[in-house]
Design a protein around this ligand. Structure first.
Ligand code: SF4
Length: 432
């Protein structure tokens, strides 16, 4: 028998060792951590499916200029994995391009499969192109540029502003490539809108409203505004989109806003305009790491004030509707992070406990060490970290008896559609 590859053996060892986690969650975290590569045949098939739209960051482990096979134009947004030796239930995973990954999507006997070190992991499906993607906008831009969908069609992602002013003084979050990704996309010839107009977003949503019944939520977001944008401050800039969407399509989708942590008075304005779910992302726990990893947010708001505002905003939105994100694994970065998995998890768990004790449930995205981010290319944290993080997150969540976070669809393995971490996959299953 041939020796199994290190990555395959590693992931299977983790599936066995962390038997309290669904195997789907372990595979998903490993795939997100290491990225994916695609064979020519797998990319040719992807041409008939929904492409990776680059909805905000690159979320790739390689720059576009280094892609030998024009992967950025040819890979799908997400894969859905199932079956295989572990008999996986349906698992939706965001595509992060990495030509060095042990995970390969390939065609085998006429079927798409995910393999790891050549060993089969599960059958793969791509997401069909949504019907509304075929509609034409009056300014000629593609629908997938103005209102792309993610999470297997569940979420419409509206990045109103594709830049962030924290980059102006080189004080951007150190894991973030938003402005540099904008530049590389433009250089690569993609239609990529710096500041979207309300009109083009409303026009795109008209098509979705008419033709689609899968999307249940939308996220309105973009970079931070520190001085002003088009003459207005951040809260006013994003408010005008929410107001326009909610007055044209009241309650049609669950509305979410990913913006900075605002004082209660400004949160109230967001709420009054129609924001249901508020994501004031704290990115990383702890004053010291926050200052190093998010120097702009530290200067403008500060860690203590940021987390205080997060909790205060629960009085406006209701605690279950305040869902701050953190970047899972960035506390293990090699520039200023921990060098020990257990210490990193214990540190992050402290933050989870602090928020959850007050009824606020953070969620995480899996850190992607993008080469254009200030932290630069570096190894992803080990799979052990993500397994222990998922256990810690779920343990605190259950300890405080908290409700399933709204706006992510049905929880549990086989149901979860959130594609950039497995936090929804580790919850108990509910009927979809
Ligand atoms: S606030 Fe931080 S994470 Fe958000 S866009 Fe700006 S630099 Fe990136």
């Amino acid at each position: 028998m041939e020796a199994l590859g290190t990555a395959y053996r590693g992931v299977m060892d983790h599936v066995a060792r962390f038997e309290a986690l669904p195997p789907e969650a372990v595979i998903k975290q490993d795939t997100l951590r290491l990225g994916l590569r695609f064979s020519e045949a797998a990319m040719n098939i992807a041409a008939g499916f929904k492409p990776k739209d680059y909805f905000i960051f690159s979320f790739d482990l390689i720059e576009i200029k280094d892609m030998q096979h024009r992967e950025h134009l040819r890979v799908p947004e997400e894969i859905r994995l199932e079956g295989g030796p572990l008999d996986l239930r349906s698992t939706v995973i965001s595509v992060r391009i990495n030509p060095e990954s042990p995970y390969l999507v390939d065609l085998r006997d006429g079927e798409l499969w995910l393999t790891c070190d050549g060993e089969p992991v599960g059958r793969v499906q791509y997401h069909p192109v949504p019907t509304f993607y075929h509609e034409e906008l009056s300014n000629g831009k593609p629908m997938g540029e103005i209102a792309p969908v993610l999470e297997w069609g569940y979420l419409i992602y509206l990045t109103a502003y594709r830049m962030c002013q924290y980059f102006n003084k080189k004080e951007q979050c150190q894991f973030c490539d938003i402005n540099r990704n904008f530049i590389q996309q433009r250089k690569a010839g993609k239609v990529y809108t710096g500041i979207k107009s309300i009109d083009e977003i409303l026009e795109a949503l008209e098509h979705i409203d008419r033709l689609d019944d899968k999307a249940k939520a939308y996220t309105l977001t973009g970079g931070s505004v520190i001085t002003d944008l088009q003459g207005v401050e951040e809260v006013d800039f994003y408010l005008q989109f929410i107001e326009a969407i909610e007055s044209r399509f009241p309650g049609r989708w669950i509305s979410k806003a990913v913006v900075q942590a605002f004082p209660v008075s400004e949160c109230q304005r967001l709420k009054d305009a129609g924001v249901r779910i508020y994501h004031p992302n704290y990115e990383v726990w702890g004053k010291e790491l926050f200052a190093q990893i998010c120097p702009g947010k530290q200067r403008v708001v500060g860690f203590e004030e940021w987390i205080r505002r997060v909790v205060d905003s629960a009085s406006v939105f209701g605690p279950e509707n305040v869902i701050p994100n953190f970047v899972g694994g960035v506390e293990l970065n090699t520039v200023c992070g921990f060098d020990d998995v257990d210490r990193a998890v214990a540190h992050t768990r402290e933050g989870l406990d602090w928020f959850m004790r007050q009824g606020v449930v953070p969620r995480f995205t899996t850190w992607c060490p993008e080469p254009l981010a200030a932290l630069g290319p570096q190894p992803s944290p080990p799979l052990e970290y993500f397994c222990k993080l998922l256990l810690a997150w779920r343990e605190r969540f259950r300890h405080y008896g908290l409700p399933v976070p709204p706006g992510y669809g049905a929880p549990g393995p086989g149901n979860a559609v959130f594609s950039v971490s497995a936090f929804m996959d580790v919850l108990d299953r509910e009927a979809p």
